[in-house]
Design a protein around this ligand. Structure first.
Ligand code: ZN
Length: 150
């Protein structure tokens, strides 16, 4: 699913990216007209907390919840998005599709993570490394809970 989150939904955008959904995030201070134009041009579903903005968009989901977990549940129920689609295949920071880590990159992960079975992935844009350590495991459990609720 291709989505476009407004700047108030940074936390939710990270969850969506962790689930593998192609999720653009509005830069802070982006004008409403530009957000609408970008969402339209890139054929993305606008996800916003701004009632007026939602009303002006062709396709939009208006979220009213404050907590990320509640926002995620609400969005999942209303769009049927699959939280298990392709977990950890995108960078949670910049949305770039990850690629397999090189041998050199794998050697750069903390020693206690090196023995993990993988996959080890890297972001081609920011260089961030992803491996199935405790952070990814916690996030996976959250996504799994969401998938079961929805
Ligand atoms: Zn990145």
């Amino acid at each position: 699913m291709r989505l476009f989150c407004d700047e108030m939904l940074v936390g939710l955008a990270r969850w969506l990216r962790a689930a593998g959904d192609d999720t653009a995030l509005a830069e802070p201070g982006t004008q409403d007209a530009d957000i609408l134009a970008l969402a339209e041009a890139e054929d993305r579903l606008l996800v916003t907390r701004d009632r007026r903005l939602a009303g002006r968009a062709g396709r939009a989901v208006l979220l009213t919840e404050d907590r990320v977990e509640d926002q995620a549940r609400d969005l999942g129920e209303r769009t049927g998005l699959d939280w298990r689609a392709a977990p950890f295949t995108r960078c949670v920071v910049d949305n770039a599709p990850l690629r397999p880590a090189t041998r050199e990159e794998r050697d750069a992960v903390p020693p206690q993570a090196r023995g993990l079975p993988g996959p080890f992935r890297a972001c081609p844009d920011c260089g961030r490394l992803y491996w199935p350590g405790s952070h990814v495991r916690r996030m996976s459990e959250r996504l799994e809970r969401l998938a079961r609720n929805g």
